[in-house]
Design a protein around this ligand. Structure first.
Ligand code: ZN
Length: 343
């Protein structure tokens, strides 16, 4: 079988890899769809992000879905032929955080296609992956493989929403309308938000945000004071999801968040300087959010029931052999939202 392996920035190769037979409690999944994520693009363009760097060849990808092909000893709830979304998180399940039900903090986490640890955890952009049986989550017959491969980013956004608490009737601002921003918008609508305003600096993603139900989509590159109307009386929004990882987006929105408001930082850029005096005087809560735990199964469930429809976000699908073209396309925000590879 073959996979999409990164060796260095802009050096993506299609290479032969040996399939791994499933051990006890494992399954081998034949991958059909794989979505390109912002972090895959960071590896592709910059060799990593922050302190995380590629130090050895690594298969990219962690948004994947496919069909169970082979099951190891002791696996009874999965059989060959079952269609599954693959959860890229493989926690150790015996550290203190895992035992406390907070696997996302696991001290020994193996997260697919991540160079955070060495040796790196190999990713899911390959024709088959062997995973813990618990990582393979069966999907509804109505769900396409492309949608199933969106379970991971949806899980990220469901967890971000959980960090904000109830959104019922709330006024919500989403800064940055890449895939995570637009999925967060969809989650906020699903969770009962009364109003969701999104910002970005590119027209194409803002157009998609409107289609997915944004109350207003503001291009802050063209309309620099586009949030000014929301700053009267100490601010308008109850909750803000910062999905761009851009300091200007975060700092520029503080005046639009009302006193007692909550800001959930979803995007990761570089380190930022914050207006601490505003945070203090308006008693704003700044909250982090990291990956997900049980939200992966929830993502598969809500999409399977048709409660959240992310199909409009998949703007292109290319054969995995054309990974370089797909990564170039995924980097072009003037015409791409989520680009997927077909295996
Ligand atoms: Zn653990």
């Amino acid at each position: 079988m073959r996979g999409v392996i990164i060796h260095a920035p802009h050096d993506l190769r299609i290479e032969a890899i040996s399939p791994v037979a499933p051990a006890a409690q494992e399954v081998r999944v034949k991958i059909e769809s794989g979505g390109i994520c912002g972090s895959d693009l960071h590896y592709y363009h910059d060799g990593g992000f922050g302190m995380v760097r590629i130090k050895q060849p690594m298969a990219l990808g962690h948004e994947i879905a496919g069909v169970v092909e082979e099951v190891g000893a002791g696996v009874s709830h999965l059989v060959p032929g079952m269609r599954v979304a693959v959860n890229p998180s493989r926690p150790c399940n015996h550290c203190s955080f895992c035992l406390d039900g907070q696997q996302r903090y696991c001290l020994n986490m193996q997260f697919m296609g991540s160079a955070m640890r060495f040796p790196h955890a190999q990713g899911g952009f390959r024709q088959s992956v062997t995973v813990d049986a618990g990582q393979a989550v069966p999907i509804a017959p109505t769900l396409t493989m492309a949608e199933a491969a969106m379970a991971e980013p949806l899980a990220v956004c469901l967890h971000a929403a959980a960090r904000a608490g109830s959104l019922m009737g709330k006024r919500v601002l989403v800064t940055g309308s890449g895939p995570i921003g637009v999925i967060t918008l969809a989650v906020a609508r699903y969770a009962g938000a009364g109003e969701v305003v999104v910002t970005d600096i590119a027209p194409f993603p803002l157009g998609l945000a409107k289609k997915l139900g944004a109350t207003r989509a503001i291009n802050v590159a063209e309309e620099r004071d586009g949030l000014a109307a929301y700053t009267a009386d100490k601010g308008h929004f109850d909750v803000m999801f910062e999905c761009s990882g851009n300091q200007a987006a975060l700092v520029g929105a503080f005046d639009a968040v009302r006193p007692g408001g909550i800001i959930v930082q979803v995007g990761i850029g570089g380190e930022m300087t914050l207006p601490i005096s505003v945070i203090v005087a308006k008693e704003i809560e700044l909250r982090g959010t990291f990956r997900f735990d049980r939200e992966f199964a929830l993502a598969v469930d809500v999409m399977g029931k048709g409660l959240i429809d992310l199909k409009p976000l998949v703007t292109a699908t290319l054969p995995f052999e054309q990974a370089t073209e797909a990564f170039t396309l995924a980097s072009d925000r003037s015409r791409a939202m989520k680009v997927q590879l077909a295996f």
